[in-house]
Design a protein around this ligand. Sequence first.
Ligand code: 5AD
Ligand code: SF4
Length: 458
Amino acid sequence: MNVYDSGRMADVLAPLGYVQADAPDDADMVILNTCHIREKAAEKVYSELGRLRRLKIAKEEGGGRMILAVAGCVAQAEGEEILSRAPYVDMVFGPQTYHRLGEMVARAGRAGDVVLDTDFPVEPKFDFLPAPVSSANSARPEGHAESAAFLTVQEGCDKFCTFCVVPYTRGAEYSRPAAAVLAEAGQLAAIGVREITLLGQNVNNYKGAAADGSSGGDWGLGRLIAEVAAIDGIERIRYLTSYPADMDEELIAAHRDVIALMPFLHLPVQSGSDVVLKAMNRRHNADDYRRLVDRLRAVRPDIGLSSDFIVGFPGETDADFAETMKLVEEVGFIQAYSFKYSPRPGTPAAVMENHVAEDVKGERLATLQGLLNAQQLAFNRSCVGQVMAVLLDRPGRLPGQLVGRSPYMQAVHMDGEGGAMGAIQELLIIDAHANSLTGNPVRANTGAPVRENKRASA
Ligand code: 5AD
Ligand code: SF4
């Protein structure tokens, strides 16, 4: 979501004459778009600010000026503290304020004015943001195709998992009206985007005003996906990130019915222990999750699953952790993210008793990651000999080489010539590694089985 937000900031700044620089060294403005989710991410902000301060001083010594800004969730959570710890920062603004960026820059431009804006607006910021111009994804360096883009459809979170800062930094759940989402998806398609990832902290709880003016009530994510799929040029759809208890019938059915919906789902379970899940205030237990996976696989047998895990949540015992390992073994994930529990200021879990010792967290994380990595490698190896549809959107290491994404979000390095940047191309997978695959363009009929986004009947 920060990548998407950075793109929208670039869109707001473009009419003011700002263009993206390749490096911060000589920039007129540097915005750090920050994450507060775990302590490590938040700490990075201050070390990065120290580095940028040197560039700012160098620029001033040369007679120039660099506006230094901190955006995102660290800005939201630590506002004043940033200005006192790093008084050379010119602007601090939270994730709900980007539409006011023009005003803020003007204020910061007046020497000596420091801007602090962490208000949640009454009206959602989306109504005030310009259409995406060319920066479909601002993190995309030059030479990369703008063929895949993010599109925020929902923001904020009302779930209040006891470990998580998001409900405090991003605010209450809000869904954009479907008409606004479809308009933005159309604009992305018009600039050549073929794959859209619909974003939200609880994207599958999307409930947006219907786009057809019908009185049938809000649209859910399943309906929205079907409508985005109908837009000319949009060939692939993903959504991120989902809350298991919010997977409804319509969305599950979309995995069966919407060809463009990729057979890959990030569905964070966090833990396999019912006791821990309850203490986390998750609204599912381990068996609910298993049943949900069964329902998804019943409609889309080739679906690949991904998850987030937290180890060492306060009170987690060896037996609880064993439940997590058991769940991973049973479900089988094709990739996952796993973290040591990190106490976040202001969250209920931070003041719980029985915090788990760091070394125990470390051991559990290593054990869990050992299993998750083995599952990922096994899945990657199962792709060798198959043909996969790969969206080629980045240059590779060697001249002429291209890199892209499979339907399962695996990085695929094209070994050999014949690829077109921005194209979705069928590659025969010839090699598998821990984090990527290697494939060759399919020339003639290889007779290999096709594992891509077409069902046999399609
Ligand atoms: N400690 C560790 N991991 C966390 N996450 C969120 N908050 C914390 C925390 N306090 C993880 C969750 C979430 C992912 C985005 O980050 O697994 O799904
Ligand atoms: Fe955080 Fe996700 Fe839980 Fe919301 S649902 S509180 S964003 S972990």
